[in-house]
Design a binder for this molecule. Structure first.
Ligand code: ADP
Length: 216
């Protein structure tokens, strides 16, 4: 029996990581696209070498790691540079995602979650069905992102402008988690959604945790 990877998405600061943490606590393996995006350009990787070939050594910090703020500023200002960066990073993220998924499958997992901010924007939402979208009103999203990142409202709004509005993601979602309330309310919804996905796919709690025998 193969592995089903379902999608978890939302907007900046909508609560994806919060829901992903709850899924993990319930024993579900989660592949975090954001973490993979860092991994493929980590110090010493061939991905970082490719970025330096394209953008020059000035995108490196003195310790030889990628100056992410510098790169963000460059690609934010220049769509051509953004395409260039994406052409380097995206195929490597895809390859690493497939590698991680294969490893999960090899150890007998039947269900996992792929957490990614831009699943819908990148046109790959249908590869990760059912799709779970974490939603909050925009004002909450902005306030939480500002608090988490120590950013100004303008900075958060500028980053939001590169994403589809949450309403467009809700429109293509199979499950929506409303994260406008407290964490306990969100965790309850996350548990319900996970139970519903497990039931629909016929993967009982615990079956995605080989050797554990217990789930939620
Ligand atoms: P995302 O991964 O979608 O960017 P996070 O899960 O990091 O969003 O949530 C954004 C910020 O809001 C984090 O600092 C998180 O701790 C906080 N947060 C998330 N959900 C809630 C909630 N229900 N109540 C209060 N704060 C929350």
């Amino acid at each position: 029996m193969g592995l089903v990877l379902f999608g978890l998405t939302g907007g900046l600061g909508s609560g994806k990581s919060t829901v992903a943490a709850r899924f993990r606590a319930q024993g579900l393996p989660v592949i975090d696209a954001d973490a993979l995006a860092r991994e493929v350009v980590a110090k010493g990787t061939e991905g970082l070498e490719a970025v330096v070939r394209a953008f020059g050594p000035e995108v490196l910090l003195p310790d030889g790691s990628l100056d992410r703020a510098r790169v963000a500023a460059i690609v934010f200002a220049d769509p051509e540079k953004r395409r260039l960066l994406n052409a380097i990073v995206h195929p490597r993220i895809t390859a690493l995602t497939m590698e991680r998924a294969a490893a999960l499958e090899a150890r007998g997992e039947r269900l996992g979650c792929y957490e990614a901010a831009l699943l819908v924007e990148n046109g790959i939402a249908d590869m990760f069905r059912p799709l779970v979208v974490v939603a909050v009103p925009e004002a909450v999203q902005i306030a939480r992102a500002m608090a988490r990142d120590g950013a100004t409202e303008d900075e958060v709004r500028a980053r939001l402008a590169a994403q589809l509005p949450l309403a467009s993601k809700i429109a293509v979602a199979d499950h929506v988690i409303d994260n406008a309330g407290d964490r306990a309310a969100t965790e309850r919804q996350a548990d319900e959604v996970l139970a519903s996905i497990r039931a629909r796919l016929g993967v009982p709690a615990g079956a995605d945790r080989p050797g554990s025998g217990h789930g939620a």
